[in-house]
Design a protein around this ligand. Structure first.
Ligand code: ZEM
Length: 294
């Protein structure tokens, strides 16, 4: 087929201060709803939205990804893996009204950056210029986002389709420190750890502990031996079962700084999959709300 070109187009006259204003507006709305989802806040929801709008990318034909902001359209909107993400899109839609020059792809990916940084995670370099499109060719088919019931080889192949190696794959899944699973969205249930509104390397530390299959009538998932309170998906446990993933789990469990560095780089890449930027274009690094207080 014809080559698909997705050039970043920055709205006329807009620069870092304009996007920092959007960042700040999203951050202050997150602050106003810290009790959301039993105390998880919106961090997990927004990071998952940014990941699912980006993670449809295929390097084999340059389709999918965050560029066109197509999750509002079928069949992407009704992909089973996107169940529940209307909540995040609805949370952000008021900023599309307040800042009408921002595209959906930019808003949804920026929302993830705000969530990671405000939850205490690393600075995530981010570039604008995604452009709203509605045409059948821009809307990815279902089946591109991972199914949590599968094994390590499946995870490896799926992330390879996006262009990621094993190290980057393990780093990205560490985002499961945030938020939780909901039976009404995915059939899975619970949080990965107790500090589910803070961005940490806790996912790897816990993963290396003891886990058993939970006894319940829901989907197969794991429960921690120590408290029977926290969960792991089968694809999370696969990171421990495969030696090509396990070495990175161990590195990140030991060294949070290394995890932050690798996560920031891989996540920034994830959010930009398929987008072409002009040579030498420089990413924005946003200030946290705390850094702006004086
Ligand atoms: Zn997730 N993820 N994810 N993930 N994810 C869920 C929740 C969250 C997988 C998966 O199936 C699920 C990445 C990778 C993978 C987040 C971020 C990132 C849920 C629960 C499932 C089932 C959804 C629900 O019930 O509401 C699988 C199979 C993955 C790879 C193999 C990557 C990569 C992520 C970001 C970089 C986050 C933050 C959540 C929590 C959402 C929330 O609502 O709290």
């Amino acid at each position: 087929g014809a080559a698909i070109i997705k050039n970043a187009q920055i709205p006329e006259g807009k620069g870092i201060q304009d996007y920092q204003s959007v960042y700040n507006a999203i951050a202050s709305k997150i602050e106003e709803h810290l009790d959301f989802d039993k105390g998880a806040g919106y961090y997990g929801q927004l990071v998952r939205l940014s990941w699912h709008t980006s993670g449809t990318y295929s390097k084999y034909d340059n389709t999918g990804g965050s560029y066109a902001g197509t999750m509002v359209y079928a069949p992407e909107s009704s992909d089973g893996e996107n169940a529940g993400l209307a909540v995040g899109r609805d949370f952000l839609v008021e900023f599309k009204d307040k800042f009408p020059w921002i595209s959906r792809g930019d808003l949804w990916t920026l929302g993830g950056v705000v969530a990671v940084q405000e939850a205490g995670g690393p600075k995530v370099p981010w570039r604008p210029g995604r452009t709203d499109l509605y045409d059948a060719a821009s809307v990815p088919a279902n089946g591109r986002l991972p199914d949590a019931s599968r094994d390590g080889k499946y995870v490896r192949d799926l992330f390879k389709r996006m262009g990621f190696n094993d190290r980057e794959t393990v780093a990205l899944i560490g985002a499961h420190c945030l938020g939780q699973c909901h039976t009404y969205n995915s059939g899975f249930d619970g949080a990965w750890g107790p500090q589910f509104n803070r961005f940490t390397n806790d996912f790897y530390v816990r993963l290396l502990g003891g886990w058993h299959v939970r006894k319940w009538d829901g989907k197969k998932q794991y429960q921690d031996d120590e408290t029977n309170t926290f969960m792991m998906l089968p694809t999370d446990i696969a990171l421990k079962e495969e030696s090509y993933f396990l070495k990175y789990v161990k590195e990140y469990a030991k060294d949070e700084e290394l995890f932050f560095k690798d996560f920031a780089k891989a996540y920034s890449t994830l959010l930009e999959l398929g987008v072409s930027y002009p040579r030498g274009s420089k990413p924005f690094i946003f200030k946290t709300v705390e850094e702006q207080e004086d």
